[in-house]
Design a protein around this ligand. Structure first.
Ligand code: 5AD
Length: 359
């Protein structure tokens, strides 16, 4: 792939993108070559193709999800995360059932038709409790989808939530590199269990979301290649990716943040590789760069997840430093969000926004 002088023939890179676009799987060394040679021109070429496939399946629609961060207690101790168990500086909170249901009602008034209940792994909420919450939301709003994002559970627990009415589940795999997984997580957590969870969720019938952080400590190009190879094989309905951002009260406080360019490039690649995927332009992306959210949409993303949590707890769900939660990231900012999306030729859709293979 390199010529005699060791230069890369850029045609090679463009043809790798064409290969992905025509449904081919790249091999490890091809992924590494591509990821080592991201340029503005190559990115533009990719984004144009990514937008074309997105429009084929979803038009210019952007789906919105109302995110309710209902507890920041967590039994896990992931090295990157601001709400990890050992962070004694985190100001812990739990929302009552009434408060959660109020958020949902407010969100429904604002036009949301998907509610994402996200939390740390908090054993205070047992399975019956989660099932009660899910079925109350579905009873009040049968026109809406409920997404859970509450971590690793048993098959039986996942099944119970599904039977209570949950439609979707988000569980980022975080990294598909086994060694890399160990750099990001303490001994008591396991790559194998994470993967077990994802396959269980799929089998039960959820629309499933996987994903990873871009530029997390110790992440090598090969790890990102593994993430992409895994995503192609697993075919999740949703993929959440965003830049790693250091949090000051974690073991990774000195680590450097993931980059805008790499995150955007990967959004474009994921869109091209999984044309029908539901792909959020994440809060982390909006946090590291002005217009990050819009750039994500232009790179191939088609989902935005504004924050519906009560304003008084938003600053406490601090996964990383400076995490945005107001302005266009707040559900109440939806009118301005609409305008900013219109300016780039997209529009917010009023429907549930299921994966297009299911509607
Ligand atoms: N930077 C970026 N993303 C993070 N997450 C957790 N901590 C950080 C961080 N420091 C992501 C993880 C998790 C999701 C809810 O947030 O990928 O799955």
């Amino acid at each position: 792939m390199e010529n005699k002088e060791g230069f890369i023939d850029s045609k090679e890179l463009y043809s790798l993108i064409d290969l992905i676009g025509s449904g081919n799987e790249l091999k490890m060394d091809e992924w590494v070559l591509l990821l080592s040679n991201i340029s503005d021109d190559l990115s533009e070429y990719l984004f144009e193709k990514a937008r074309t496939v997105k429009e084929k399946y979803y038009g210019n629609k952007v789906y919105i999800r109302g995110l309710i961060e209902f507890t920041n207690y967590c039994k896990n101790n992931c090295y990157y995360c601001g709400i990890r168990r050992d962070n004694i500086k985190a100001d812990r909170y739990r929302l009552s059932d009434e408060a959660i249901l109020e958020c949902v009602d407010r969100g429904h008034d604002l036009g949301f038709r998907t509610f994402v209940l996200q939390g740390g792994e908090d054993l205070y909420y047992d399975d019956d409790h989660i099932c009660r919450l899910v079925s109350s939301i579905k009873e009040s709003w049968p026109d809406s989808a409920v997404t859970l994002s509450i971590g690793e559970k048993s098959y039986e627990s996942y099944k119970a939530y599904y039977l209570a009415g949950a439609d979707r589940y988000l569980l980022r795999h975080e990294t598909a590199g086994k060694e890399h997984y160990k750099s990001l997580h303490p001994e008591e957590m396991s790559y194998d269990n994470r993967m077990r969870c994802l396959y269980d969720l799929k089998e039960i019938g959820y629309q499933v979301g996987a994903g990873f952080m871009v530029g997390s400590p110790d992440q090598r190009r090969e790890d990102i290649a593994r993430d992409l190879i895994f995503l192609k094989k697993f075919e999740p309905h949703m993929v959440g990716i965003g830049p790693f951002i250091a949090h000051k009260d974690t073991p990774f406080k000195e680590e450097k943040n993931g980059s805008l360019k790499e995150t955007l490039f990967l959004l474009g690649i994921i869109r091209l590789m999984l044309p029908k995927v539901l792909l959020p332009s994440t809060t982390a992306l909006a946090t590291i760069a002005k217009k990050g959210r819009e750039l994500g949409i232009m790179a191939g993303a088609n989902v935005i997840m504004p924050n519906l949590s009560p304003v008084k707890v938003r600053k406490k769900y601090l996964l990383y430093d400076n995490k945005l939660s107001g302005g266009l990231e707040g559900a109440e900012g939806i009118e301005i969000l609409k305008k900013s999306l219109e300016a780039i030729g997209s529009r917010i859709s009023a429907d549930r926004g299921d994966h297009c293979s299911l509607v």
